[in-house]
Design a protein around this ligand. Structure first.
Ligand SMILES: NCc1[nH]cc(CCC(=O)O)c1CC(=O)O
Length: 309
């Protein structure tokens, strides 16, 4: 007998993701176990009026939840893989990676115009430098404005006319049940996804052996391999989702193909490359070295300076 307490942020998306994991977990836990949800408010949820890249980016949504795990107030945490920093605190581990949903980004426009059809100078709402850089590389005439808040807020701002279109992860939209609002799934040839986008990470304490065994049952091996390659690539730049870095791996059998890019937020230049093989960590390192040789470090240093000022 055990009551498993699962921590989640309280946004609709976080709760939906947690409930989805609880449902799949149901098939793997012993019959005598129970599950319970515990909602946690993070700093990232509280600071809604500041551009995320200016207040420290990635760790923001995750720290409080990790502390609750370490304190034993919760036993499991469900995170969007994309929001999970590269390094995990001592004592915690990723017990499972879930089957990845559509990793691509999507465009939601007010008039139904696709990325190609949007009028010149149209305003796009996104706070992601990765999305901004790739939009401007593809359509240099478009203009980008930051947008914060949860998915509901962003959608409302679009409908109020603050933007002509917004760009969001297709997976988040699908989990919210909003597929019918999507104007266009943007090809990953036009917009390479964020590292980990579309996958969920289930985190637990590293010494919780019975939990680790349960989680192993719901781990999705191919997604885990893809994400490992992507995260190794990202980690080499000491970067999070607040930098203009994209990385996306696909897995066929035991072959991994990894593509990555580092771009100037203004859309030029875009440094890109790919690597292929069987070992994710090696591929991630190879590709990051390739981009370093192309000048990625200098490019990112200047982006970091721009964010701080
Ligand atoms: N940046 C916030 C965030 N973190 C995770 C998702 C949902 C997509 C996912 O699970 O990868 C989103 C929303 C978005 O980027 O549109």
């Amino acid at each position: 007998m055990r009551t498993v307490i699962i921590g989640t942020r309280r946004s609709d998306l976080a709760v939906t993701q947690t409930e989805w994991v609880m449902e799949s977990l149901q098939e793997h836990i012993p019959a005598s176990w129970e599950m319970q949800q515990e909602k946690i408010v993070t700093r990232g949820d509280q600071i809604l009026n500041v551009t995320l890249s200016k207040v420290g980016g990635k760790g923001l949504f995750v720290k409080e939840i990790e502390q609750a795990l370490l304190d034993g107030r919760i036993d499991l945490a469900v995170h969007s893989m994309k929001d999970l920093p590269g390094e995990m605190p001592e004592g915690l581990t990723m017990g499972a990676v879930t089957l990845r949903e559509d990793p691509r980004d999507c465009l939601i426009s007010r008039t139904g115009a696709t990325l190609n059809e949007l009028p010149e100078n149209a305003w796009i709402g996104t706070s992601s430098l990765r999305r901004q850089a790739q939009i401007l590389a593809y359509r240099p005439d478009l203009r980008v404005k930051p947008v914060r808040g949860n998915l509901n807020t962003r959608f409302k701002k679009l409908m109020e006319g603050q933007f002509d279109a917004i760009v969001l992860a297709a997976s988040g939209i699908a989990r919210m049940g909003w597929q019918d609002r999507v104007t266009e799934i943007i090809s990953d040839r036009v917009m390479l996804p964020a590292v980990g986008q579309g996958a969920l990470a289930v985190q637990c304490r590293a010494d919780d052996d019975e939990m680790l065994e349960v989680l192993q049952g719901m781990n999705h091996r191919e997604t885990e391999m893809a994400v490992q390659a992507e995260r190794t690539f990202l980690h080499a730049f000491e970067g999070g989702c607040h930098l203009p870095i994209a990385g996306y791996a696909t897995v066929k059998g035991d072959r991994i193909q990894l593509r990555g890019l580092v771009a100037d937020p203004g859309g030029q230049p875009v440094l890109s490359g790919s690597s292929e093989g069987a070992e994710g960590v090696r591929l991630g390192r190879l590709l990051s070295n390739d981009l370093m040789d192309q000048g990625a470090r200098e490019l990112l240093d200047s982006v970091r300076e721009g964010i701080q000022s």
